[in-house]
Ligand binder design. Structure first.
Ligand SMILES: [Zn+2]
Length: 481
């Protein structure tokens, strides 16, 4: 993954006239940036017969009649967790959402749309690209994704395969793409078009595929830590059922009461970090660790958290966990209790403090994020912490405690439900999540099953009580061994 960071940018809403915060990203083909000379001449989009697959799903691709450059709609990329930000000089493509959900998503057919140069370049990873729009509908060259992805191509399948997401997803998707090429008898034609991580090369492709099958869990997750001495009765657990009401349905009053702020361009969201050493001063783009997903910034738009299927799954699991924790004598605070709520991370984290007062000393013992995964895969996992966190209140063993809690709870889910362990159980490529950067107490971040996998979904729907019990037992084991 690229380590580029963008700071201090002003983020503009792209004033989309459709549904809430649809941003349009496009894409071009292979290495044809120079073709994109800035032009005042409007051009008409047509559907391309070329094939582009993102994580092995074919996506609608557009081109101009007289050129072979390829574009994707920003609306599509938005559904894959990408956002386009804007500062005074550029647009900036960033990948912010940890999961994505294409279920029930209908994309605008841009065939016949007349587009013009958007007048600003699009920065993505280390690259700079022309971007086009038709009024507020943006298309982005496919190539813009190359600076943030692993990309392979085969003449035999005549398909560009783009792999995005967490590293284990990327590995799995590249493996599947390669299998498709091999099945068509074109293994020797597979070539690497781009590798944002720098790890995927043509020569290394077979090796890469072999090694991706044997990723090891991080050493920290294996360590035995000291066991806290308190009894369950004096312990306070915050259960955070991830996601919630869609931002497109929220009123300004709701955004405000849920702890969101507007940036200078009128987009609701929040800052990813506190100022270093504080627990209640939003970074506003500086004075913080600056940690963000690859290509990302300190700003997080509320729309990036929108999910269709996941909110209720998470809520049912969290409510079941609450019931069992209370039976064991724990005190539980919920960050939300209905699917009509969608608290900001700052608001969710405030439940770690007495009276939701971020300036007080935290009285919670553990913050448990209850999510479900998507994007192709199966089984249950936790997201591991790693690196620098510098918010007020965390202990010197914040990372180790968090990872041990995540592993213990996830192992309990594997042992006590029909869900399998996803890979090693540890997702190690997203250590910069907002909850990790804002919580004053250890965070167990669970991705329980894949709700876009029909087998997992059926388990999620029929075993939420068992999943909740397993979460409660895992939490108790974390504290009491
Ligand atoms: Zn920041």
């Amino acid at each position: 993954m690229t380590t580029r960071k963008i700071k201090s940018i002003t983020i503009a809403a792209l004033s989309v006239a459709l549904a809430a915060e649809i941003v349009y990203i496009g894409a071009s083909k292979k290495d044809s940036i120079s073709v994109f000379s800035s032009s005042e001449i409007p051009e008409t989009l047509i559907i391309s017969s070329d094939i582009v697959k993102i994580n092995n799903y074919s996506v609608p691709v557009y081109e101009f009649a007289d050129r072979d450059d390829l574009f994707l709609s920003a609306e599509l990329l938005n559904a894959y967790g990408y956002s386009i930000l804007e500062d005074s000089e550029n647009y900036i493509l960033e990948h912010t959402a940890e999961t994505y959900d294409l279920t029930n998503t209908v994309f605008t057919d841009l065939s016949g749309y007349t587009v013009r140069d958007a007048q600003k370049k699009l920065l993505s990873g280390s690259g700079s690209h022309y971007i086009y729009n038709a009024n507020s509908l943006f298309v982005v060259p496919v190539e813009a994704l190359y600076d943030m992805s692993e990309v392979i191509y085969s003449d035999v399948t005549d398909t560009i395969y783009i792999a995005i997401g967490q590293q284990d997803e990327v590995n799995r998707n590249i493996t599947e793409s390669y299998a498709e090429i091999t099945a068509e008898g074109g293994a020797e034609t597979a070539s690497v078009l781009a590798s944002a991580s720098g790890t995927l090369t043509a020569a290394a492709l077979p090796q890469f595929l072999a090694s991706s099958a044997t990723a090891a869990p991080p050493a920290a997750a294996q360590q035995e830590q000291n066991t806290p001495q308190q009894t369950s009765g004096s312990r306070l657990i915050v259960l955070d059922a991830g996601h919630g009401k869609s931002s497109g349905s929220m009123t300004s009053a709701e955004f405000e009461s849920e702890g969101y702020v507007k940036n200078s361009s009128g987009t609701w969201g929040e800052w990813r970090h506190w100022k270093s050493g504080t627990s209640d001063v939003p970074c506003e783009g500086s004075g913080c660790t600056g940690r963000a997903p690859s290509g990302g910034s300190c700003w997080y738009s509320a729309g990036n958290g929108d999910r269709a299927t996941e909110p209720d799954i998470n809520l049912q699991n969290a409510l079941a966990a609450k019931k069992y924790l209370e039976q064991m004598g724990y005190t539980v605070r919920m960050t939300r209790t209905s699917n009509d709520q969608n608290p900001s991370f700052s608001k969710r984290i405030s439940y770690c403090y007495p009276g939701n007062d971020l300036s007080a000393n935290a009285d919670a013992s553990l913050y448990v994020c209850i999510h479900s995964n998507a994007g192709g895969g199966s089984g249950t996992a936790y997201i591991a912490l790693d690196g620098l966190y510098d918010q007020r209140g965390i202990s010197s063993t914040y990372v180790e405690d968090s990872n041990r809690a995540g592993k213990t709870i996830n192992d309990s889910i594997v042992s006590n439900t029909s869900l399998s362990r996803s890979g090693s159980g540890a997702l190690t490529f997203e250590p910069e999540l907002i909850a990790f950067c804002k919580s004053p107490v250890p965070v167990a971040y669970l991705e329980i099953g894949f709700f876009d996998n029909s087998s997992d979904l059926s388990i999620l729907k029929s075993e939420s009580d068992s999943i909740g019990k397993a979460i409660a037992e895992g939490i108790d084991e974390y504290f009491n061994g």
